[in-house]
Design a protein around this ligand. Sequence first.
Ligand SMILES: Cc1cc2nc3c(=O)[nH]c(=O)nc-3n(C[C@H](O)[C@H](O)[C@H](O)COP(=O)(O)OP(=O)(O)OC[C@H]3O[C@@H](n4cnc5c(N)ncnc54)[C@H](O)[C@@H]3O)c2cc1C
Length: 501
Amino acid sequence: MTASYLRAAFADSVDVTVVESRRIGTIGVGEATFSTVRHFFDYLGLSEADWMPECNGTYKLAVRLEDWRAPGTYFYHPFERMRVVDGVPLTDWWQKVGGTGRFDRDCFLIPWLCDAKASPRYLDHRLFEQDFEDDPDRPLYRTTLAEQNTQFPYAYHFDASLLADFLCRHAVERGVRRIVDDVVDAPLDERGWIDRLVTREHGDLTADLYVDCSGFRSRLLGDALAEPFRSFQDALPNDRAVALRVPVDTAVRGIRPCTTATAQDAGWIWTIPLYDRIGTGYVYASDYCGPEEAERALRDFVGPDAADLEANHIRMRIGRSERAWVNNCVGIGLSAGFVEPLQSTGIFLIQHAIEQLVRYFPGTGRDPVLRGTYNLSTARAIEGVREFLILHYRGAARTDNDYWRDAKRRAVPDDMAARLEQWGSKLPDNDTTYPYYHAFEPYSYVCMALGLGGIPLRHPPALDLFDARPARVELARVREQARKLVDTLPSQAEYLSGLHR
Ligand SMILES: Cc1cc2nc3c(=O)[nH]c(=O)nc-3n(C[C@H](O)[C@H](O)[C@H](O)COP(=O)(O)OP(=O)(O)OC[C@H]3O[C@@H](n4cnc5c(N)ncnc54)[C@H](O)[C@@H]3O)c2cc1C
């Protein structure tokens, strides 16, 4: 991602070389994305028809959270902003006037599409939301996250290995040099900057800037530069995962256009529907569950389809490097930091880091202020994500074992305790959520607070003084629009069978 983006941004002004090991593979997970990812593909000039069929891509309109409130319950966190009536978010009104009991289906359209396994596009490729229709006069090409005033209504699922291959070919075709070799050493010069990379077969390599994309190994940032790592595990204890790739017949089963996160005894299981298979895995805390027990739980969850499949056990390093950019080295991806994949933010954080790197690119200078600003921005983004994820455990109504009870007792980061208290009096809004850019807007926090069921909530007292009729009209409009969409949109499996042909 980094190499192809730098090439798209700077063309021939910057030479980019990727060194990747044949011996050490990529992590092979990371198949669900956040709605901002669309801007990454657009920046590279890639249309969905270019890459989706090659990477078994599907659409993701939401995250479906199952069993977080209690077994058998579910709700959606959609990529859909909240409607507002008389200056008040519809979910605040919903608390006052009630509805069917399902805030997500009462206030948003996307949950209906997910339940119906619908495609966000009609067979003629029109998007269900006209506001976001691809506009040939205003293509998204070369816009960045910071320029986005809209909430794009979907993200993607894809096969991580196929996408890595696809982007590699794309980058090489556009002039990125690729060296398949192992970096075995990265000596520092007298100032403590990386002097060169020593490779097994290609000798020494030198560059003005080194981007460490070596995954959890953090070969340059962590090993060579010894940048301290700040663990988030006191607040987010999940540190392991076990994953399976499960072949399924999507034409028979259908493709729900969302990632599902199903709460378990010591974490949660992801289910990511791709075009030809399902990616699934159990993210768990090793303090509460061993690897064999986790694998057994995952196999039981998947059922007979998992019988002969090999499981991939992964240790996760949760937290961030003190600084992501140190001297002449920038860590991007797992090498610089990671929070567990609940809400699929790994690739978002990479995309954000790449964009910030382009924005603060050093050129031929060595301005420490640019590095400092980059570090501030990327640290804030991951810390915001951390806060949003803590809410999932803190806010879940489940208290049926030590794992879920301890989640309520864990210390939360500075300021979050005050915010948790504020949400009891009024659903989260701009003034009461993490204040720096981290992709999640107040409506996401609202969905969690309402769906998880563990935070006492009430409607703002001011609503008792308002006329509630316009809100009831809007709630009825949501229902009517949703029914029309479900009746007219094709299923995701049907739409994709055309695209993947
Ligand atoms: C369990 C789990 C689930 C996840 N799910 C999601 C998700 O659903 N959505 C999401 O957005 N993110 C997810 N992520 C995060 C996502 O997987 C990563 O952010 C993404 O894959 C990027 O990884 P990376 O490039 O940093 O590291 P890797 O994929 O590990 O790649 C490391 C690269 O460095 C190379 N390398 C390492 N050492 C050397 C060396 N010495 N010499 C040469 N080359 C070397 C390797 O060959 C490899 O190419 C998940 C992560 C985990 C752990």
